[in-house]
Design a protein around this ligand. Structure first.
Ligand code: NAP
Ligand code: ZN
Length: 356
């Protein structure tokens, strides 16, 4: 029997959120049933729900920063047990057989991964995300949340955390390296903490100095306000790596000039429109312009363990299910320090629209 669960649902980009009952599939032998306790709000949820990345499939529930407790398991499940503290990020399935999956890079599955929401699942249904009371997920895509991290501060690690951990690892951000993080939002504040914990010198490039003291608390040695005329002059040629987390258009040539020769600018922010650069900005100095998409499941577990070992979690503001529309506007306005997390206990008081 499918499981009925309360979820936050939108029927169109311009409609407010409503609490509705949605169905989760009848658990299969390899499935884990999770009682969700906390769900982070990623800017990708907003791009999706507002049709900024193309038309989204409505009615839709988003959310891919999920933390909760295992409530039930299928007969064949071996990795998780009832009562375990677990998380789910942006992926809920992949082919498991292609060279990318075999290399633990399920996000790049050659058959196409199945995203946690707005994605076509193997059974042809559209996946529904984590702003809900329950979710059913194949055990291979369920992560263990280590002791020492509360579920609410762990939830944002499942997307924001891995999205920065992966390029930080790949591009060798660590001791003796100077890294810039552009944009101090949900992703950016994870990038600062993880880079600092790896031993790098971290400089935040933010539009203003409003978050300067918080950036320092997170491990940045300095914040530079990019809204000030001439802000970039003294920084030219000074970074090994630049991590761009900005959700909007940016003058990339200007930032590429801040790299040392052979340095890399890695883009994780995904603004809706095309970006342009002059190729000279790369050719002079042999620089690299790269991208990075979340990370694989093995690395996501490694990231969770790293964060637990270093006392790293998201800095969050907790909200109820009735405050998500307002929270979206605040994220877009840059008015959150640094991640909104939905407390799913607040579904209890909400009347749900029944299944059609
Ligand atoms: P967020 O919390 O809104 O942070 C984005 C930050 O970008 C803001 O805090 C702001 O930093 C800066 N910013 C916003 N508008 C700007 C503008 N017009 N000019 C310059 N800077 C601006 O968003 P998020 O959740 O971190 O997500 C950031 C982006 O990453 C989104 O596009 C999201 O879809 C994408 N994303 C990608 C992946 C991936 O796998 N690659 C995963 C998750 C999310 P300051 O206030 O400090 O300037
Ligand atoms: Zn995300």
């Amino acid at each position: 029997m499918p499981i009925l669960t309360k979820a936050l649902q939108k029927t169109a980009p311009d409609q407010p959120y409503r609490v509705a009952q949605i169905e989760r599939r009848d658990p299969r032998p390899n499935d884990v049933v999770i009682a969700i306790k906390a769900a982070g709000i990623c800017h990708s949820d907003i791009h999706t729900i507002r049709d900024e990345w193309g038309k989204a499939p409505f009615p839709l529930t988003v959310g891919h920063e999920i933390a909760g407790i295992v409530e039930a398991i299928g007969d064949a499940v071996t990795r998780h047990a009832v009562g375990d503290r677990v998380g789910v990020g942006c992926l809920v399935d992949s082919c498991g057989e292609c060279e990318q999956c075999l290399a633990d890079e399920e996000q790049d599955c050659l058959q196409g991964n199945v995203g946690t929401y707005a994605s076509v699942d193997r059974d042809g249904t559209i996946t529904q995300g984590g702003y809900a009371e329950h979710v059913v997920v194949d055990e291979r895509f369920v992560l263990g949340i280590p002791k020492g991290i509360e579920l609410d501060v762990a939830a944002p690690l499942l997307c924001a955390g891995i999205t920065l951990y992966s390029p930080i690892d790949r591009w060798g951000v660590g001791e003796g390296k100077r890294v810039a993080v552009i944009g101090l939002g949900g992703l950016g504040h994870m990038g600062v903490q993880i880079s600092a914990a790896k031993g790098a010198e971290v400089i935040v490039l933010s539009r203003s100095l409003a978050k300067e003291s918080l950036a320092a608390e997170l491990g940045a040695s300095r914040t530079v306000a990019t809204g000030v005329e001439g802000w970039d002059e003294e920084l030219r040629g000074s970074f090994d790596v630049i991590l761009n987390t900005v959700s909007a258009d940016l003058e990339l040539d200007r930032y590429l000039r801040l790299l040392k020769p052979h340095g890399a600018m890695v883009n994780v922010g995904l603004p809706p429109g095309p970006q342009s650069i002059k190729l000279g900005s790369l050719i002079n100095g042999g620089k690299v312009l790269a991208g990075s998409n979340i990370g694989g499941i093995r690395q996501t577990q490694e990231m969770l363990d790293f964060c637990a070992a270093h006392g790293i979690g998201a800095m969050i503001e907790t909200i109820g299910v009735d405050a998500v529309d307002e929270a979206y506007d605040r994220v877009v306005a840059g008015d959150v320090q640094f991640r909104f997390v939905i407390d799913t206990a607040t579904f209890a008081d909400a009347e749900a629209v029944p299944l059609p």
